[in-house]
Design a protein around this ligand. Sequence first.
Ligand code: IVH
Length: 669
Amino acid sequence: MQLEQARHRAEALRQLINKHNFQYYVLDDPSITDNEYDILMRELIDIETDFSDLITPDSPTQRVGVSPVSELKEVKHLAPMLSLGNAFNEDEMRAFNKRIKEKLSVNSLVFSGETKFDGLAVNILYENGLLVTAATRGDGSIGEDVTHNVRTISQVPLSLFGENIPHLIEVRGEVVMTHKGFTALNDRQRDKGEKVFANPRNAAAGSLRQLDSRVTAQRPLAFFAYGIGEYKGKTNLTSHTSILRQLKEWGLPVSSDTKRLNGIDACLSYYAEIGAVRSELAHDIDGVVFKVNEISQQRELGFVSRAPRWAIAYKFPPLEEITQLLDIEIQVGRTGALTPVARLSPVNVAGVTVTNATLHNIDEIKRKDIKIGDWVYVRRAGDVIPEIVAVIKEKRANVSDFNMPNVCPVCGSDVVRQEGEAVYRCIGGLSCSAQNIQAIIHFASRKAMNIDGLGDKLIIQLTESGLISTVADLYSLSKEQLVTLERMGEKSAENLMAALEKSKKTTLERFIYAMGIREVGEATARTLAMRYKSLELIEQATTGELETISDVGPVVAFNIYSFFQQKHNLEIIQRLLLAGIYWENNEDEINLIFSGMSFVLTGSLQVMTRDEAKQKLISLGAKVTGSVSKKTNYVVYGENAGSKYEKAIELGITTLNEESFIKMLEKEK
Ligand code: IVH
């Protein structure tokens, strides 16, 4: 290839790759496959290898990391990087609002609300559209030069594109690590015998301050722009929201959770809204930030010490605390799985006292190198069971190793571990009271037979008193027997009898789910019911036949098949049916109005959370997927819906706002 020809081709490739980077990393909406992308990249690398003079600093090939630097140099920010004042409750928020309204002599204010990323602030200087330096915040005036590392973050454009590129701009934002990236990184570190990080923030900090950018290039860092510092450009940016919009147009990633808010009450609702989805976000946030939207008003308000008067961070309680691991106990589940559970010295995490945490299995304990007596970080995310994030090795003293027991701590049967399985199981089956009790608890639970008032404690009482030993015995209980139990009055006994009677009318899918077949959850139970429409046919199905059902793999097929091979199970089913349990054949189909339809949810919903909407749809038979394609039937969009919504419009897919979505659900009931 001639030099001139190569120059043109390299330029074209750079533009193309940068555009695809933007679509992939910023818009989250790729337009080519990974393979096609790799081919373009390969071609550019080849040209640049042949003609090294053609390498430009903003070439996408220049991200992968360069030789290590000996130290991080100092960089002076052109405009100082400020910090934020905090609010910890509603009163402090209202006081903030009142204070600035008075100062500005206005009746109401428009704010920009955004998430407060829990990462590291960086300042990226672009001159004539080219990334020149990137620095940490440091003391606010002088930071550390991390240009070599920031260049490896795919989301950060090496050159800005679009209209009105400013002569000079300092882009302010936060480098974070996603939870997924964090877990994967720690797994890799552990495998290599290297340091594991306590949390995503530490991992992001460690990665950003590397001397060797080839290490940083391997780290899953992300970046979000949230403002600007020094700016010399043509475009007149008059509000914070217009700054964010402009940054996005120049190719910078901006959070899609940002919202323009009218007045303090809207701010408080936003805080609650983000708080509700906090645990579902891809990365950690530790609060929300409110900024007076009009730049002229920001100027008028000015600063106090090193924080602007026009902005405030309304903090969330931390989701992670430090406590001591007192002991590890074993719980035996319905399927005989032995689960180690951490007993913790009680600690308050975001308003809830945490005393235990799941440890999943022995591999997890080994992977995290957890020992009894260790000081640990515990994390509570949403409604999920608290988890031990990491051990604080520096505080380790007088600890002991944990080993899985050889026999079941409940029934004394042998404990086995199957080839390739992470879990240890008690082989006692229903003769193990722990498994039996768990099986009955599952049978009575809301999504199974829904026996109102038959809770865990009562089931334990019933089994321990010998009144029941299997689920089938439940339906032969009499009121006279029930009242013999401690703390059981006439009325409660009557209620329970009525609840048992009521539960007899059920559906096939509930009944299958209630059987507690290993790995047969609600969804599989529903599929089985839909497909076979009769219990007898499911009982007779072969593994080969079961495997043809979507979502049923060989393991689940085997579990179903073996369940119905056991005489004991068939006897119980027989007794239950004789006791009067029944279902009407078509009931399942009536409930599954969205069967076979595919939905995508995007943006933030107001009335229900995205997760609630998803659960609802799944329960009605719909498939909920993450990306819009020609196969999508409906796109439900909330506020700040972005590229998925646009794609739906482009493909001519029916879009529903939350209100119409809810109407549709109600109509279909
Ligand atoms: S604005 C002039 N917006 O919080 C205001 N900061 O406590 C300067 N942070 O050092 C900051 N998310 O690292 C702003 N959406 C956001 C933010 C944010 C996280 C961090 C930032 C800053 C610290 C201030």
